[in-house]
Write a protein that binds this ligand. Structure first.
Ligand code: SF4
Length: 345
């Protein structure tokens, strides 16, 4: 049960339904938790108090860093800029490979936090010359009220907002989020329900539906797929994923295949072999995707952005550093081909 000291972080939640006997049904993510009075949902950051539902993590920042936007990764959003990156506690899934489980798998009162209201967040971003606010590390879906308010404050100060999410969210809140933010990166953790059930404690279908909603909303979207040895590294899976992305989202959605390092509950598995990542990229390239990247392999040529028409490098990268950018007014400076992305602040 939350206490007096939670007051600054407590706001009535959006996206829920009142039920008889002071119960509520949360309509934020597909879990649709039904919650009794004085109880919380699965994510542990939303509480029923007398039949009214509250978020306990508005403005409740547990970590903040200034990161290159390439680290999120966004490769087609303001390259070479930095993002003021924050998280609150909590998550609506439980991935066995989570890198940030100390903050994602706890309740807000179990970690130290600071009160950072939206305007202060926007001011900090300006002060540190960050072109964007990034909501990342844990799961922004479960602190979406804060994201929406912070994004509004950011925009008023000329700062964009980018979201890094697992995409486990219902269509209505996702559409509302799209009205406030500028880009969304979805961690698509596998292309199989089995993996989502066994490794994520979630579901694949709602994530694919969320990606289609993002496309319909014309939201700039990039996809990251963490390739985990033996669990989601089959060629049919890579092929199925690439085909689905091309047919449902189009060839211009960047797809990043990222290298796994042993973490959290998957310390028994080895890092992803480079050959597996290269095979995944070759399959996605062959399916006709325009922008297929490899992640966590600094110095690999697949970190660069290549023009899909003339094949010249239009954004040079080594790790999180950006060299030349050969894009002007959204077009390749060599051949004039449009390069999809958010290139201007
Ligand atoms: S956001 Fe939290 S409370 Fe709401 S349905 Fe999802 S897990 Fe349950």
């Amino acid at each position: 049960m939350a206490t007096e000291s939670d007051a600054p972080f407590t706001r009535e939640a959006k996206f829920y339904e009142k039920l008889p006997f002071k119960k509520i049904k949360c309509k934020l993510c597909p879990r649709e938790c039904v919650i009794d009075d004085k109880e919380r949902g699965y994510c542990g950051v939303r509480e029923n108090r007398g039949g009214t539902y509250y978020t306990l993590v508005h403005s409740r920042v547990v970590t903040a860093h200034i990161d290159p936007i390439e680290k999120k990764p966004f490769f087609h959003v303001l390259p070479g800029t930095v993002a003021f990156s924050i998280a609150t506690a909590g998550c609506n899934v439980n991935c066995k490979m989570c890198q940030n489980w100390e903050i994602s798998q706890v309740r807000p009162e179990q970690v130290r936090s600071n009160y950072v209201p939206p305007q202060q967040l926007a001011d900090l971003a300006r002060q540190y010359q960050c072109a964007s606010l990034a909501y990342t590390y844990s799961e922004p879906v479960i602190f979406s009220e804060y994201v929406m308010d912070a994004a509004e404050a950011g925009h008023a100060s000329g700062v964009k907002s980018v979201v890094v999410t697992g995409g486990y969210i219902q269509a209505d809140p996702l559409k509302k989020l799209c009205q406030r933010v500028d880009a969304i990166k979805v961690d698509l953790k596998a292309y199989s329900e089995k993996f989502y059930k066994e490794v994520v404690n979630g579901e694949l279908k709602p994530i694919l539906e969320a990606l289609v909603t993002l496309r319909q909303q014309k939201m700039w979207t990039e996809i990251v797929y963490l390739v985990i040895p033996t669990l989601n590294d089959g060629e049919p899976e890579f092929k199925g994923l690439a085909r689905w992305v091309k047919s449902e989202l189009g060839p211009d959605v960047p797809l990043h295949f990222s290298r796994f390092h042993p973490e959290y509950l998957l310390k028994n598995l080895p890092p992803t072999p480079l050959e597996t990542l290269e095979r995944a990229k070759a399959i996605a390239d062959a399916e006709g995707l325009h922008y297929v990247y490899l992640g966590n392999v600094p110095g690999h040529p697949a970190e660069n952005t290549y023009c899909p028409k003339c094949r010249r490098i239009v954004v040079e990268r080594v790790g999180f550093s950006v060299g030349g950018v050969h894009i002007k007014n959204g077009k390749c400076t060599y051949c004039g081909q449009p390069i999809a992305g958010v290139w201007h602040a």
